[in-house]
Design a protein around this ligand. Structure first.
Ligand code: ADP
Ligand code: MG
Length: 317
């Protein structure tokens, strides 16, 4: 049963590998001179997705969040492994899951070369392997005082969708329809990460919220930052809800956006915009890196929003 299932759903041609699915190990030959970038992410039913979610969407998102880590490192995706626990061998579910997974894989030239399959509570664990030229990876520890802070795409859409789904934010249905794709079908910014090699001084992908994730860059780089709330890019539809504190929370600290937050020297603004053009992704200059520590965000009236060293305070009134 298990081998049949693997053969049917997870065995594809892997021209980029010496040996793919079917032996005790995959055999991979890295491009000579390149460094390997390796990352794993696990998705659990109940925590990262719910049983009613579309299996194709789960396949898409589980690979997308892993590709987002390669994007944040400036790495070119090459190979993935997929370990999956599922309560029973549900052929229709697996067919749809594999469709979502391989569509995302094909878009980014990543090949599934192995994994593990077992019975258990629905759990998906993916490891991705990418390549990056030595010294060119976009690390978290390279931000310098005076650098610009940038973000790709728009912020808060996925969190707004989640707040809507959980009944924490009322949205008109037509508005909700505009933010829901960000939650279920995130786009990893792979081309942007690659284009930012040699330009960005640091980068991270926004999986846990802008303030928390930028906070990781600040901590690793031992610097601070100032941001302006009004500069943060959002979907036009989000603007209509920003009088609600929960919506402001979504923009500043909402997870699941999978945009890139990165820093670059102020002298590289044209290069950043050219990289974004190459990647076909919008980027927005949202603030500046400062000497010392601390992250401040000023509101539209120039007043600092309530943030402490641990990030934005979700519980402040
Ligand atoms: P082993 O017992 O040696 O661990 P398995 O029976 O677990 O081997 O797997 C057989 C082959 O199928 C291996 O090449 C493994 O990498 C691959 N494989 C198992 N599950 C998956 C999966 N979900 N996706 C891709 N490849 C898988
Ligand atoms: Mg095994």
């Amino acid at each position: 049963m298990e081998f049949d299932l693997i053969a049917r759903h997870f065995t594809r041609a892997t021209p980029g590998a010496v040996l793919g699915v079917g032996d005790d190990c995959a055999l991979l030959a890295p491009t000579p001179g390149m460094q390997l970038a390796v990352s794993s992410d696990m998705l659990l039913e109940g925590r990262h997705f719910s049983p009613q979610d579309s299996p194709a969407g789960i396949g898409h998102k589980s690979l997308a969040v892993n590709l987002s880590d390669l994007a944040a490192m400036g790495a070119t995706p090459r190979w993935a492994t997929l370990s999956i626990a599922l309560p029973q061998a549900d052929d229709a579910w697996l067919t749809a899951f594999a469709r979502g997974f391989f569509r995302m894989a094909d878009q980014h030239g990543i090949e599934l070369v192995g994994g593990d399959t077992t019975r258990g509570a629905l759990t998906i664990s993916i490891t991705v392997i990418g390549e990056v030229p030595p010294g060119q990876a976009l690390r978290r520890d390279g931000a310098q005082a005076g650098d610009d802070v940038w973000v790709s795409g728009v912020l808060g859409s996925a969190a707004l969708a989640l707040a809507y789904r959980q009944g924490r934010l009322f949205m008109e249905q037509i508005d909700a329809a505009r933010v829901l794709p960000a939650l279920y079908l995130p786009t990893p910014r792979v081309a942007l990460g690659i284009a930012l090699r040699g330009i960005a001084s640091s980068a991270i992908d926004i999986s846990d919220g802008l303030l928390g994730d930028l906070g990781h860059i600040l901590q690793r780089s031992q610097v601070g930052a100032t941001l302006e709330f009004a500069a943060l890019p959002t979907l036009p539809v989000a603007q209509a809800y920003l009088h609600e504190k929960v919506a402001v929370d979504c923009v500043l600290a909402g997870g699941d956006d999978y945009e890139l937050c990165f820093t670059a020297p102020a002298g590289k603004r044209d290069a950043v915009r050219a990289a974004a053009g190459t990647a076909g992704v919008a980027v927005t200059h949202i603030g500046r890196i400062t000497a010392g520590s601390g992250l401040t965000v000023s509101d539209t009236k120039g007043q600092p929003l309530p943030i402490d060293h641990t990030g934005y305070d979700h519980f402040a009134t």
